[in-house]
Structures are given as structure tokens and as C-alpha cells.
Design a protein. Structure first.
Length: 282
């Protein structure tokens, strides 16, 4: 069973309304006039980082990727729970955890630990408070919207190729940008699995076709294979759909548009993109 089939099977289970039919990266739970945003991500040795990686970097990435999901919901972090495998150098993991929590003003709520002999796996649940209503989702894009991305694409790929540089192991979640954009967007998500794949996911969830112009994408300095960078992922920039011509509160680059739903959910320079679009678990 691959990732797509597994999630489809989960939809047969009793789902909370806040789960949004498991079509987004976070749940939104209405409580007492406020909305809590809850997300969970796991990272594993050999998948998200190489064996021998500094545990401090593992801790940073673990928390940062979850904070990025809160950023895409314009949510203010309340705290995180950590699930950690006890490994050699766990004191370095604690140090990295302190660094990322202090960098973003986030509190540790608790968690769990395990010890086993296989590859290490770490999990994080992040809880945030919605700052705008409705909470931005990947389902709200409309035909005619412009598609934008913050920052640059491909820095994580370059970092990995250079030996797991900072852009790959210590991503910077766009929390401030998410808060600023919250009331201006129709749909928003973070670029975790590749710009092309995530744009397709937004289009499918919104019932549209995403049209991306490769030449408009702001690639990081040093990227030579632009198509590979657009597929690579781990950039944790914000991809969002907003009305064409809207005044945006932060700098962002227009990379395409949302069209009426067509045969293909994603077009790259007017055509169906060749090969895979990004990273998917098999």
C-alpha cells in the first residue's frame, strides 16, 4: 500500500470534522470561539536525513517542518510534543531542540521516548492558534487566482548535494509571512514535497488546474537543473493562491495561475510535466 492508498483507506475511519477529510496538512478544531490548528510530521534516518547527521540538526528539522505547517495556516504556535528515539548523541538532540524552540518562541509540551536497534525515527505534533478566519487551506483556490511562492526554490537540494547544508537540515519556517498573508489568500500550503507536486495537490483539492511557468520560478542561486529543483522539495516556502492583481503584504513571486479544472491538474509551461512531480512515500 502506497501513501495515496493508505490515506484513502484512512478516510473510511470515523473522522473529526476538523480533519477536513484528510486533504490538508493540519486539522482545525473549533473550541470556545477559537480555532486550534494541529499538525504532526515524522522524520526518519535514511529518508529525511543521512546516517551520521548531527542530532542537533535532526531536532531542528523535526520541529521546523511542523512549524511550517502552522505557517501555512497562519497559525501562532502554542507548543510541540516530541516523540524521540534514544540514540548516541541524544544530548545533541536536546541542544538542537532548545535552539529551534528558542528561535521561534515555542514551548515544549511533552512527548515520549523509545529505544530500539533499527533506524531512528522522530515525531512531532505542533499545536497552534488560528490568527485569521477562515483558516487558510489548500482547498480554497479559485480559477483566475494567481499562484505565488515566497523566497526561493532549490536551496535545500543544493544543500543536500553539498553534504546536507543548512538549507536542507535547518529550514526556516515562514511563520511571520504566513501570519501576514492569512487574510489575503484563498489557499495556502508549504512546499515540502516539491513545488510541482504541491501545486498539483492544491489544484486537486480546490477543483482547479494549476498552471506553472518554470521560467517564473525564483530558483536559488546555483541551481542549474531547474526542473529537478522544482521537483525536489524540502524548501518549506509558502505556496499560495490569491486574487489576480491583489496587493500582497510581503514580497512573493508570481509563478503561475489557477485555471478552470481541465484534464490535467497541473500544467508546466502549458503542457503535462514529464516524469515524477516530487517526493511521495511508496
Amino acid at each position: 500500500m502506497n501513501e495515496f492508498d493508505f490515506i484513502a483507506a484512512l478516510r473510511s475511519l470515523p473522522l473529526h470534522p476538523g480533519a477536513q477529510d484528510l486533504r490538508d496538512d493540519a486539522a482545525v478544531i473549533e473550541i470556545g470561539g477559537e480555532a486550534l490548528v494541529v499538525t504532526h510530521d515524522a522524520i526518519a534516518e535514511g529518508v529525511h536525513y543521512r546516517a551520521g547527521t548531527d542530532p542537533a540538526d535532526i531536532a531542528w528539522k523535526l520541529v521546523a517542518v511542523n512549524l511550517s505547517d502552522l505557517a501555512a495556516k497562519a497559525a501562532e504556535p502554542i507548543g510541540v510534543l516530541i516523540g524521540a528515539t534514544l540514540i548516541a548523541g541524544s544530548e545533541r538532540f536536546v541542544r538542537g531542540l532548545r535552539e529551534v524552540l528558542e528561535a521561534y518562541g515555542v514551548k515544549l509540551l511533552g512527548g515520549d521516548t523509545i529505544a530500539h536497534s533499527g533506524p531512528a525515527t522522530f515525531g512531532c505534533t505542533a499545536i497552534g492558534r488560528a490568527t485569521v478566519r477562515p483558516v487558510p487551506a489548500r482547498t480554497g483556490a479559485r480559477a483566475g487566482d494567481a499562484l505565488y511562492v515566497t523566497g526561493t526554490i532549490g536551496a535545500a537540494m543544493l544543500g543536500f548535494e553539498a553534504g546536507e547544508g543548512a538549507a536542507y537540515l535547518r529550514p526556516r519556517p515562514r511563520l511571520a509571512e504566513g501570519w501576514a498573508l492569512g487574510g489575503h489568500v484563498h489557499a495556502m500550503m508549504d512546499v515540502s514535497d516539491g513545488l510541482l507536486l504541491d501545486a498539483r495537490r492544491m489544484a486537486e483539492a480546490s477543483g482547479c488546474t494549476a498552471a506553472i511557468e518554470l521560467g517564473a520560478v525564483p530558483f536559488a542561486e546555483g541551481v542549474s537543473d531547474r526542473l529537478a529543483a522544482a521537483r525536489w522539495g524540502d524548501d518549506y516556502e509558502l505556496l499560495f493562491a490569491a486574487p489576480e492583481g491583489a496587493a500582497l503584504p510581503i514580497p512573493a513571486t508570481r509563478v503561475g495561475a489557477m485555471l478552470q479544472k481541465g484534464r490535467e491538474p497541473l500544467l508546466l509551461d502549458g503542457k503535462s510535466p514529464p516524469g515524477r512531480l516530487g517526493y511521495e512515500h511508496r
